[in-house]
Design a protein. Structure first.
Lengths: 564, 265
């Protein structure tokens, strides 16, 4: 395993820095509106807008910025850094093309949202219609990420030819499985946008097949969550054991779980649609069972990472069944990544369990579209993903700029604040959800407003608790943002070298069946055909192609603009 | 792969298999069902209540921006209700609070659930899918009455449909007027029969005195109706949300609408 500092070419340094810092800047908007939503929902703000930003417009920004822009840009930048570090330099022109596509896409979509022309939330379910710029921006972002990924493939193949018999670095297995999952996810998204939504939003066709668009969206939407998770998993397997002072307990477990995600992360999107009409119960069953299957690699991860931490703690003299937990570097300000990763793991324990509950066909009636769901995914996307990505952003910024981290002792507390705030948030939202509180709703105008005839008194206290949590989470982000800005304002004093803390394996076995991606790619295609071909064939026959365009502001279909 | 790791993997696999078994048991043993594909109903555009027998109802719910139709349902305790659900515009959610009835309303499709109301009380019906600016106002109500309360007259004994919204109040608007009110989306939020929906009812609105948000009073005259159509945010009646937007229409249509609204008694 290579563990040498690498110099990053200056063009790539610039690209990576912009790709990780622009999302942090956009997160200011995304996290700010996250907190505002908790205030609206609690009835502390009883209005449809605040400081010029409408509730649902802000909710769209919150979703698109935090869940799509931040994650995609970071994952690509992280991939660029790891590919360069472990394999070699990919094509320079591809790097620029992908960078420019993603930047243009982000800016175009952001303008559409900020102008209030795309208040359709990040799921943009037709027949709610956004300005075409919103869809075009999203497409450019996705296509840009594809260009980056495809430029890494020849580098990997070359490395494989030059290193026969050597195992692919685990971090690279992680990066490639991340982007294979991303590609699997974004093909149906591209089909939905290019063939269904764009012609319809431009007014070239009259109606849209709503059910088909929903199925295509969730065909994208579920592998998407593993795209969020897998870079964090890559860091947990490849780096966390080293940060803890030990070794990765099992190298093979890591390779196994990444390959499982390649073929099991996509054929289960219908579990988002258990409550949908006109999808046969048989396909809901199949996707439900697959969903239980995809929980297995996460259980293995829980075991392997805990075992790696225990090994590290034992090296430091940790003993007993539980006492070793006290030997880990929770508050070591030089080793801040440990805290970021560890807090994310704790949140993901909750996220994993609530995720299994969500997968349940019989539990769905209790939790579907209630605030339980955001309670769940703020401990996955808002847990390991957010913390690993923001922590790694700091690591990359300091490595690539040669600047020392500012406020290290404040920084080491950031993940713990986030852990606390998010735990309270998850608990409050879940509890509210179990009593029927809807998600994505400006409840302060009606349900939590005592003056409204729609007032629901039993929803108020949980909404207030989540507002408290929202403020704590915002404070944690504000602390983080301060650290980033203060770091950037420092002078470069260190060499601008990149060296990832890559862990050695403790049990180092041959990779065996998990050496190459090909068998798992084939398995993936087989699973996708089984899971999606029949339901998609049912809905592409044109039965439902009759939905007009609707603006979020009016119950009357939007008029078709007459073209001269 | 060492022994404890193998055990962890087997534990995970067996646990998931037992969960799968629990799902099968919940479906067949406990009869906890989820929506499948409805093939015996075509998408409908009007809400409808059909009494099939004593304590047996079929309700065809229409979800639309931003109300359910029927907005209110009154049934005796112990009623078994077959719920059919469709949407006439965008996607909507449909959850009956205090129950596990939790459906999506998708345009062009019909959803289904069955529920028996064993306890009397008011069951709010909440839209839980974002459906535009008025989403947070989209609530209906199911009132389950104790058996002793008099329901005679409210529910016909025989198998007849009650069309909703109720037809009273309508005669003052002719067919062309109704068509315009529907086409411009007015009836999505304003009832003609006095029922409170997203916005104030239009029944007898002309000449009525309304209290505004700031506490001031205004008498609804032609100028006020005209202004409320052209610039809905200018004067909001107290207690109603600020969600109405100007609809695209010609001056001619606006004049007609003012006349129609004046005539709704």
């Amino acid at each position: 395993m290579q563990n040498k500092p690498v110099e990053v070419p200056s063009y790539l340094r610039l690209i990576i820095l912009v790709e990780i810092l622009l999302p942090v800047l956009l997160l200011v908007l995304g996290v700010y509106h996250g907190m505002l939503q908790t205030l609206y929902r609690a009835g502390i703000i009883k209005s449809s807008s605040f400081l010029g930003l409408d509730y649902y417009q802000g909710l769209t920004l919150h979703g698109v910025v935090n869940a799509i822009v931040f994650t995609t840009l970071f994952a690509v930048a992280f991939g660029r850094a790891l590919v360069l570090y472990s394999l070699g330099e990919p094509s320079k022109s591809a790097a620029w093309i992908s960078f420019i596509l993603m930047m243009v896409g982000t800016v175009v979509a952001a303008i559409a949202m900020l102008a209030g022309k795309a208040t359709v939330l990040y799921t943009f379910y037709p027949p709610l219609q956004a300005h075409p710029a919103f869809y075009i921006g999203a497409t450019l972002l996705v296509v840009g990420s594809w260009v980056a990924f495809f430029s890494w493939v020849p580098v990997y193949l070359k490395w494989r030819r030059e290193h026969p018999g050597v195992k692919t670095p685990l971090a690279i297995v992680g990066v490639f499985s991340t982007f294979i999952v991303w590609f699997t996810a974004t093909v149906p998204l591209a089909v939905e946008i290019l063939f269904l939504i764009l012609p319809w939003s431009f007014g070239w066709v009259d109606g849209i097949n709503v059910t088909l668009s929903r199925i295509l969206f969730w065909f994208f939407g579920h592998p998407l969550v593993y795209f969020w998770l897998l870079p964090a998993y890559t860091m947990y397997y490849a780096m966390l054991p080293k940060l803890a002072g030990g070794k990765l307990y099992s190298d093979r477990a890591g390779r196994f779980i990444f390959m499982v995600f390649i073929f099991l992360s996509a054929p289960l999107g219908l579990h988002h649609q258990y409550s949908d009409p006109s999808i046969s119960a048989v396909w809901k069953w199949i996707h439900g069972i697959f969903t239980l299957g995809v929980a297995v690699p996460s259980f293995i991860t829980a075991f392997t990472i805990a075992a790696s931490l225990e090994y590290a703690a034992h090296l430091k003299g940790g003993k007993g069944l539980f006492a070793w937990w006290f030997k880990l570097p929770y508050f070591d300000s030089k080793n801040y990544l440990f805290g970021y990763f560890f807090c994310g793991l704790l949140l993901f324990l909750v996220g994993g369990v609530t995720g299994i509950i969500n997968s349940s066909l019989s539990m769905n009636g209790v939790v579907h579209n209630t605030s339980w769901v955001p309670g769940h995914f703020h401990t996955t996307l808002g847990g390991p993903t957010y913390l690993a990505f923001t922590g790694m952003t700091l690591f990359l910024v300091t490595s690539l700029t040669g600047k020392k981290l500012a406020f290290p002792r404040l920084n080491v507390l950031v993940p713990y604040f986030w852990l606390f705030g998010t735990s309270v948030f998850c608990w409050a939202m879940s509890t509210g959800g179990l009593s029927g509180q809807p998600r994505r709703t400006n409840m302060g105008l009606t349900y939590t407003n005592p003056e409204s005839p729609l007032y629901q008194a039993d929803w108020v206290w949980t909404a207030h608790m989540s507002a408290v949590a929202g403020v704590i989470m915002f404070i944690s982000f504000a602390m983080y943002f301060l650290v980033v800005i203060a770091t950037l304002m420092k002078r470069s004093t260190e060499p601008k070298m990149l060296e990832f803390p890559i862990a050695e394996p403790l049990h180092d076995e041959p990779a065996g069946a998990f050496t190459n991606f090909t068998p798992w790619l084939v398995t993936s295609v087989v699973f996708l055909v089984i899971a999606y071909a029949p339901p998609l064939m049912t809905f592409s026959d044109g039965t439902f192609e009759n939905s007009k365009r609707f603006s979020p502001d009016s119950p009357v279909p939007a008029p078709v603009e007459k073209k001269p | 792969m060492d022994r404890s790791e193998k055990m962890a993997i087997w534990f995970a696999v067996l646990l998931m298999l037992s969960f799968a078994g629990a799902l099968v048991y919940a479906f067949f043993g406990l009869n906890i069902r989820f929506p499948g594909c409805v093939t015996d109903r075509t998408p409908f555009t009007k809400g409808k209540v059909i009494q099939r027998g004593v304590g047996e109802y079929e309700v065809q719910y229409v979800a639309k921006m931003w109300a359910f139709e029927p907005a209110e349902l009154e049934i005796p305790v112990g009623s078994k209700v077959d719920i059919y659900l469709s949407s006439i515009d965008v996607n909507h959610g449909f959850q009956i609070k205090f129950t596990n009835v939790n459906l999506m309303a998708v345009p062009g499709a019909v959803n289904y659930a069955q529920i028996t109301f064993d306890k009397p009380g008011d069951y709010p019906l909440v839209c839980h899918e974002y459906c535009g600016a008025g989403h947070q106002n989209m609530m209906g109500m199911i009132r389950v009455k104790p058996r002793e309360s008099s329901l005679s007259g409210a529910v016909p004994e025989s198998d007849v449909g009650i069309e909703q919204p109720k037809a009273e109040g309508l005669p003052t608007v002719n067919e062309a007027g109704m068509a315009l009110l529907n086409a411009k989306g007015c009836t999505a939020c304003h009832s003609l029969d006095g029922t409170r929906m997203v916005g104030p009812s239009l029944k007898g609105v002309f000449g009525r005195e309304e209290e505004l948000e700031d506490g001031s009073k205004v008498v609804v005259d032609e100028a006020y109706i005209l202004e409320s159509i052209k610039n809905p945010m200018a004067k909001i009646v107290k207690g109603y949300p600020k969600v109405m937007v100007p609809m695209p229409m010609t001056e001619q249509e606006i004049k007609q609408l003012v006349e129609i609204v004046k005539g709704i008694r």
